[in-house]
Structure formats: structure tokens, C-alpha cells
Design a protein around this ligand. Structure first.
Ligand SMILES: Nc1ncnc2c1ncn2[C@@H]1O[C@H](COP(=O)(O)OP(=O)(O)OP(=O)(O)O)[C@@H](O)[C@H]1O
Length: 684
């Protein structure tokens, strides 16, 4: 188990001299030998190998549980085993915080931590505890299907952040858990799609010794799901909405996919189920999956294959559909509830295909009508919704429909009543529906995995915050994601370093002041006070101001890390780098309202699930703006972090996630931003 000669230093604090270069060189030496873990004092750095490595097994977990952590090579098991032992022996709740940019391996790291915790807790566990562990596994499978998607940066990117807390009884056996999700509006991806298969770790799943069927049958599923289970707490809710800041409203970036579950349903449903749901097998038939320019000919010259999923994806999707439905059953979803969820997905896919076109009214005005009414009728029949009422609520063929008066939050309507306006309203409805379905799923999962008996217990939390992102187009969604990443980074990095140095000063120790990026200050630019970015956005949304007014507020701030780029963009320099955001439609999007009239129609659906998602649709209360919700969620999360969380820093070694690549510049940038070397220096 020893690392052997020439493997570099297992702990960066032992490097002499310690500098960015020696730190990087040490990581490289180890990486070449497939040693991906290195300590930096108490923290662990993990470099994504981008390929399965034989680093994980139940035996190894037991070895780490049996010996003090520093007697064995650095490993996630060491961090988790120590945290578990503190929970069991000292009765102290623990939290492992996993950070890193998108594709750095946070999900996989969280999965490994979860495995370790479950193996540790289940060593002498009885059947009840095995059931709790199995439920956690199933929950991970389900949430990965509904919450993950392929992006340009990662073929299995979580579109939500989460905190998974595993609760242990006084004997140290797992009795249940809780998942908290963060960002409330990511389900906007609903209008997006993308290709690429997802892969995932093909590491064996040793977790429950085969007791859980998912484990044996789907190593991949466990990979992603499992991990995100535990700490998933952070943010779920918003499917990644294709930015509505461009003319296509629901376009999707090349190289991306919509949420996995949609492809799984089409690939994995048998013919009778497809017929019942009135779906066709090919994902290309659905606008929200294929995106613009594909198979529909919307964009001349665009290659239909440009965003096609990788060839093996269909088979994977088919397999994973079986795991997803099995996970639903394992989490107590009866046949009727499973059917209701699948019907909702089919409704979403079909509603996404509903198109509008202008029509000349008798009075000479231009109205809007449905291009093909049968699409809407078929979609509505699936969930018992009045198709005419929904069509009218969306603005089709209803000259008398109130244009904007029924909007709960000031619908975006540059030309109220037009076909584009109706399409935007349809997309908004899709986003809200998916978001609510996802939140409902989380609540259902939490109900199932909560400990049977009430009482105070200690928990082991695994926080997997979504990674900092900068894509070709960045809008409100990305801003909220990066804000969450910034806040958590501020909480765990700046606070740790500052606290330690303040302590040295208090105790009168001889020490050298260390320069470090104060992430707290960076985060404050985003959320502190009415002049912060989110504060200004909130004000503008409440006042119904224009996007230009929002940009003018940012301009007045005159902050070195904030730049307004006319006519409608702004740039924020985050801890992970500068990101240019589009401000087109941002004020309206922040309200995230759903047309009250549409919500009323869906609330009257015969499908109890759909009706429940839109219950209370008539309420005049305006929903909280997205930025406010995100700020509250992130704030609550950060406050729950213990003063000394156990840190795991994940690093991405290659931009394209290719194995055997070690991009020194990319790594240098990440370690600089994470403050890893500063931290190592501090520990020496
Ligand atoms: N320890 C590991 N061993 C093998 N492969 C890994 C490991 N960690 C990550 N990978 C590979 O890298 C890919 C990206 O990792 P992962 O999804 O965990 O990143 P992430 O940081 O969670 O990204 P996001 O924030 O976008 O969700 C995985 O699908 C997997 O293929």
C-alpha cells in the first residue's frame, strides 16, 4: 500500500522549497504514477485522472478505518474515515466540502466519500441500516437522472448543487439522510439539449456487498448518483434553461444535452409504454432535445449531427432507464406514481413541440395560432389538461386573451400576443414545470430516507457544490451558479486562512503574514447590499426596470472586478476567472414567474401530481426572485458549515477531460484560485 520510491511527497507541506512550481511538479510526478491524491496539511487535493483507476474497494475502506490516516497514502477514504470516526466516537457532526471547477471530479469524489461512509457505518449494521444505505443509493440514481446533463465541460455535469447529510445513530450505523438542494432555478435547461454520451466512472461498486440491485447492475449510476446524494443539499431546482437572451429562447449550446432522464425515457421505454405516453423513440423528434438547427431545419446549413449524442449513448440511456425506474420503486413510488412522473415527462417533451404562428384576424389585426393543434391536444390528454384552455393561456387563437394582465410577474413580452411571445411563455412554463417536478422529487426522496425515529443524531455531510462555469453564453443561471461557488469558496478558503492567521496573532506566535485572495470580498461584490450585482438585480426586478437600468446600476458601482460591456453585457472577475454575462432579459428572468393563467389551467389537471405542482396557482403573491432565493439558500448553507470543514480540492488536469494529460497552465490557474499553495505554506 506504500507509494514507493519516486512518488513525490504525499504531503505538500513537506516540499522544500515550497512554491507554486514545486507544488505543481510534485502533483505531476504523482499523477504520472496514477497517484491522484496529495495532502496539503489537513486538506486533500485530488487531480481528476479522467479514467477509472483501481483505487477503491471495501477492503481498502476497512484498512483506512483500522489505521491512523497518516500511516497510509493520501486518499479520500482517509478523510472520510476520520470524519466518520469523529461522528461515531466524539459525537460531533462533520462536513466534507468538495470544491473545484466543473469537471474537476467533485461528483466522483463525493461518491467515493459516500461509499466509504456507508461501508464504515454498515460494518456491523443490521437489515434496517442496509435498507437505509440502499435507499440513499437509489436516491442518488434518481437525482442524477433528473438533475444531471451533458455540458461542453462535462458529460455528466450536475445541474444542481447539493448537500447530503448521512445521519448515524449512537452506534455509528447509518439510519437515514437528508438532501438539501441549492439553486432554485436551474431547470431552465429544459429547453436545451446536447449530445455526447456520458460516461462516468466505471469503478466497481462495492458498497453494499451486492445487496442493492443498482450497485451490481449499474456501476455508473452509482458513480454519479451516489456521490451527489449526500451533500446534494445545495441546489436543485432549476433545470438549465437555455438562455432566453437570444431569439430562439430555447436553443441549446452545441455539444450539450438536456437532462439525462428525457433521453432515458425515449431509449428505455418499451413499445407499449411509448404508445401509452404517445411518444416516439427518436430524441430528434423533440425540440427541447435536439435544440435549434437540428432535424427541424430551422437553421440552414447547421449539421444535424453536430449535437448528436455519442453512439453508445442510446444503449446507456436504455440501461439507465431501467435503473432510474428501479430507483423510483425502491424509494416507495408505486406504479401509479411512477406512471404520473413519466406522463409529466412526456407532457413536457410534447408541449415543447407546440409551435405558434401569426394569423390575420378578421379585424385586420395580427393574432397567434397553433401550428399543429394535435400536438397540444395529445400532450394535454396525457395529464388531463384542457387543451383549449392551455392554448388560450399561452396566447394562441384567442384575440380576447388578456395580454399581460394575467402575468404574475410581468411576462417578457416585447410584442405581447405574437407568436414569439407565446413561444416564450411556453418555454417559461416548461422551465417552471420541470423545476417544480425536481423539487417535488427531492422532497419525496427526503421523506423516504429520513430516519424512522426522531431524535438528535450526528451527521456526516458531503457538500458537492457545483463548479464554477464559464461557457460560450452566460446568463442569469450561470451568474447564480458562480455566485454559489464564490460564496462557498469564500467560506472555506478565506475564512480558514484568515482565522488561522488571526489565531497566530492572538497567541503572539512568530509568523509571516501570508498573502491570499480574499474570496469574501469577491463574494461581497455579488451579494452585499443594494449596490451589489444581485442587490441591483433585485431592485430592478421589483421595480420592473429595463435591463439597461440594471447595467447602469452596475456601471455606477465602479468596481475593479466589474465591467459593463455595452450594449448589453457585463463582466465579473470571479475567483475562478472573468466571466462575461449577457444582461438581455435578465431582469425579467430573475422574476421566474409563471403566467398565472397557465398555472391555473395546469392546477386544474386531472393528473393529481401535476395539479399538486400548481396548487394555489391563483395566489396573488409574487414568487421570490431567483437571485433572492439563491442568496438565501447559499447563505443558509454557508451558515451550516462547521468552522473547520474537511476540505477536498478537486483539480481538472485537462480541459477536454482526456486521460494522461497534465495541463500545467490549467492546473496552475486552479491551484492559484483555490489558494492551495498558500495553504500549504501556511501549514509549514
Ligand atoms: N476519481 C476519478 N476516477 C476516474 N474518473 C474520474 C474521477 N473523477 C472524475 N472522473 C471523470 O471525470 C468526469 C467529470 O467528473 P465529475 O462529474 O465528478 O466532475 P464535477 O466536478 O462533479 O463536475 P460538475 O461540477 O460539472 O458536476 C467524470 O464523469 C469521470 O468520467
Amino acid at each position: 500500500m506504500a507509494e514507493g520510491e519516486g512518488a513525490g511527497q504525499p504531503d505538500a507541506v513537506l516540499l522544500a522549497p515550497l512554491s507554486e512550481d514545486t507544488f505543481l511538479h510534485n502533483l505531476h510526478v504523482r499523477y504520472k504514477r496514477d497517484i491522484i491524491y496529495t495532502y496539503v496539511g489537513n486538506a486533500l487535493v485530488s487531480v481528476n485522472p479522467c479514467r477509472p483507476l483501481p483505487l477503491y474497494s471495501a477492503e481498502l475502506v476497512r484498512a483506512y478505518l483500522a489505521r491512523p490516516p497518516y500511516q497510509l497514502p493520501p486518499h479520500l477514504y482517509a478523510i472520510t474515515a476520520t470524519a466518520y470516526q469523529w461522528v461515531r466516537d466524539r459525537n460531533e457532526s462533520q462536513c466534507i466540502v468538495i470544491t473545484g471547477e466543473s469537471g474537476a471530479g467533485k461528483t466522483e469524489a463525493a461518491r467515493v466519500c459516500l461509499q466509504c461512509a456507508v461501508v464504515a457505518g454498515a460494518r456491523d449494521a443490521g437489515a434496517a441500516d442496509a435498507a437505509a444505505a440502499g435507499a440513499l443509493t437509489a436516491a442518488g440514481t434518481l437525482l442524477e437522472a433528473f438533475g444531471n446533463a451533458a455540458t461542453a465541460r462535462n458529460h455528466n455535469a450536475s445541474r444542481f448543487g447539493k448537500l447530503l447529510e448521512i445521519e448515524f445513530d449512537f452506534k455509528g450505523e447509518p439510519v437515514g439522510g437528508h438532501i438539501t438542494h441549492l439553486c432554485g432555478s436551474r431547470h431552465r435547461r429544459f429547453a436545451a439539449r446536447a449530445p455526447c454520451g456520458r460516461g462516468g466512472l466505471v469503478s466497481e461498486l462495492y458498497l453494499h456487498g451486492g445487496r442493492c440491485p443498482f450497485v451490481r447492475r449499474s456501476p455508473y449510476i452509482l458513480t454519479g448518483c451516489f456521490s451527489k446524494l449526500f451533500i446534494l443539499t445545495v441546489q436543485i431546482g432549476i433545470p438549465k434553461l437555455v438562455e432566453r437572451d437570444d431569439e430562439r429562447v430555447c436553443g441549446v449550446l452545441a455539444g450539450e444535452r438536456n437532462f439525462h432522464v428525457l433521453y432515458q425515457l425515449l431509449a428505455g421505454a418499451d413499445v407499449p409504454l411509448l404508445k401509452r405516453l404517445r411518444l416516439q423513440r427518436g430524441w430528434e423528434q423533440y425540440r427541447v432535445l435536439r435544440g435549434e438547427g437540428e432535424a427541424g431545419g430551422e437553421r440552414a446549413g447547421a449539421s444535424p449531427r453536430r449535437a448528436a449524442p455519442a453512439p453508445r449513448a442510446a444503449q446507456q440511456d436504455q440501461d439507465h432507464f431501467a435503473f432510474t425506474t428501479a430507483a423510483m420503486r425502491a424509494l416507495g413510488f408505486g406504479p401509479a406514481l411512477c406512471d404520473a412522473v413519466l406522463r409529466l415527462l412526456a407532457f413536457l417533451l410534447k408541449l415543447g413541440n407546440v409551435e405558434f404562428e401569426p394569423q390575420h384576424n378578421i379585424d385586420g389585426t395580427i393574432g397567434t395560432r397553433l401550428q399543429q393543434r394535435y400536438e397540444l391536444v395529445e400532450a394535454c390528454a396525457l395529464v388531463g389538461v384542457d387543451a383549449d384552455a392551455l392554448g388560450a393561456a399561452l396566447g394562441a387563437a384567442d384575440d380576447d386573451a388578456p395580454r399581460d394582465a394575467d402575468s404574475s410577474s410581468g411576462e417578457e413580452c416585447a410584442s405581447p400576443g405574437g407568436a414569439a411571445w407565446a413561444a416564450a411563455r411556453r418555454d417559461q412554463l416548461l422551465c417552471v414545470l420541470y423545476s417544480r417536478l425536481f423539487t417535488w422529487l427531492i422532497n419525496a426522496v427526503n421523506d423516504y430516507i429520513k430516519p424512522g425515529e426522531a431524535g438528535k443524531r450526528c451527521s456526516l455531510g458531503i457538500l458537492d457544490v457545483y463548479g464554477f462555469e464559464s461557457l460560450a453564453r452566460n446568463g442569469l443561471e450561470r451568474l447564480l451558479i458562480n455566485y454559489a461557488a464564490e460564496r462557498v469558496q469564500a467560506a472555506v478558503t478565506g475564512a480558514t486562512l484568515r482565522r488561522e492567521q488571526e489565531e497566530y496573532a492572538r497567541e503572539g506566535l512568530a509568523w509571516r503574514a501570508l498573502p491570499y485572495t480574499d474570496h469574501e470580498l469577491l463574494a461581497e461584490l455579488l451579494d452585499a447590499g443594494p449596490d451589489s450585482v444581485l442587490g441591483a438585480l433585485r431592485d430592478c426586478s421589483l421595480r420592473g426596470a429595463a435591463d439597461a437600468a440594471f447595467l447602469a446600476r452596475l456601471q455606477r458601482r465602479r468596481h475593479p472586478r466589474l465591467l459593463v460591456l455595452p450594449p448589453d453585457h457585463f463582466q465579473v472577475v470571479h475567483f475562478g476567472g472573468a466571466v462575461v454575462y449577457s444582461a438581455r432579459g435578465i431582469v425579467h428572468k430573475n422574476l421566474d414567474g409563471v403566467c398565472r393563467r397557465c398555472a391555473g389551467v395546469l392546477g386544474a389537471a386531472r393528473s393529481p401530481l401535476l395539479a399538486a405542482l400548481f396548487a394555489g396557482a391563483g395566489s396573488p403573491r409574487r414568487p421570490a426572485a431567483l437571485a433572492c432565493r439563491q442568496r438565501a439558500l447559499v447563505g443558509a448553507l454557508v451558515r451550516r458549515l462547521p468552522a473547520a470543514p474537511r476540505l477536498v480540492r478537486c483539480l481538472r488536469a485537462d480541459d477536454k477531460l482526456r486521460p494522461h494529460r497534465f495541463d500545467a497552465a490549467l492546473l496552475r490557474h486552479q491551484i492559484r484560485e483555490q489558494g492551495s499553495v498558500t495553504r500549504a505554506d501556511d501549514e509549514t
